[in-house]
Ligand binder design. Structure first.
Ligand SMILES: Nc1ncnc2c1ncn2[C@@H]1O[C@H](COP(=O)(O)OP(=O)(O)OP(=O)(O)O)[C@@H](O)[C@H]1O
Length: 257
């Protein structure tokens, strides 16, 4: 599905409802302005605890009961986000008692997919497993897979939902450098016609994958757009990329001090 969905946030503010133990109820995000461009990768960086996950969980509709939102959230087609977002958490969240194939199909059990007929679901899941190079592993259990394989299963599960917006919270953080590099390429290829938001702690990954890049900083957090190399993602590690990476690192380090 290619829906060309752009998301614009203007003067966004988000706070968790206070609990009995914490009456402070401070905003996590305030004065947030950012644009998530249609069919592009928008990456978010920022120090731990600044509000990155809160922002994408909010966009995924996972915090509705727990947070209070102020501001404008505009979707380019003026339709709600609900039901059009696939969310991929940092952990792969595979169910240990289900096979790889059943894990890929699992979201269909909760109605999070766009195809009313489930007759060909397994066939589509197998096609996706082929694309991520795991067709021959479809009958294995998650504990029989490596970390990179598990992330590929999680990607296939996300793709099966076939939503136009994909939100990913550090999906590559637990992987070795080579697996990470290869999976980044695979994700770029398979998510080509999706509007993607990626959270990462890694300046190199942010530079390699971003069409747009924002840093969340401050308490409460706001977003600053950062410049990117002139080349297109996925970028090679050249001198221009290196200087942009250094700049992000310096900004993050400054925010830590
Ligand atoms: N359910 C919750 N209730 C109240 N406060 C929360 C809740 N979840 C997160 N927070 C607070 O919101 C702030 C932002 O947390 P969040 O997880 O969004 O940060 P993050 O930038 O994603 O961090 P990290 O990079 O470490 O994953 C933190 O101060 C955190 O304590």
């Amino acid at each position: 599905m290619c829906a060309d969905l752009e998301i614009t946030i203007t003067n966004g503010s988000l706070r968790y409802h206070s609990t009995k133990n914490d009456q402070q109820n401070n905003a996590v995000i305030k004065d947030l302005n950012l644009t998530i461009a249609a069919n592009k990768w928008t990456c978010l960086v920022g120090k731990s605890g600044c509000g990155k996950s809160t922002l994408i969980k909010f966009l995924a509709g996972l915090l509705n009961e727990r947070t209070q939102w102020h501001g404008q959230l505009n979707i380019s087609d003026n339709q709600p986000l609900a039901g059009r977002v696939a969310y991929m958490a940092q952990q792969d969240l595979l169910l240990p008692w289900l096979t790889v194939l059943d894990n890929v199909c699992v979201s269909s059990k909760f109605g999070h997919h766009n195809h009313s007929s489930t007759a060909n679901l397994k066939q589509r899941a197998m096609t996706l497993l082929e694309q991520v190079g795991l067709a021959d592993k479809h009958q294995l259990l998650p504990q029989q897979l490596s970390g990179g394989m598990r992330q590929r299963v999680a990607l296939a599960r996300t793709l099966l939902q076939d939503q136009p917006i994909v939100l990913m919270d550090e999906p590559f953080s637990a992987l070795d450098a080579v697996t990470r590099y290869r999976l980044q390429d695979l994700f770029v290829k398979l998510l080509k016609h999706k509007t993607v938001v990626l959270i990462t702690h890694d300046p190199q990954e942010a530079i390699r994958l971003s069409d747009r890049l924002y840093m969340l900083q401050g308490e409460p957090a706001f977003a600053t757009a950062l410049s990117l190399p002139t080349s297109l993602p996925p970028r090679r590690f050249d001198a221009e990329s290196a200087s942009h990476q250094q700049r992000i690192f310096d900004l993050l380090a400054h925010d830590h001090d």
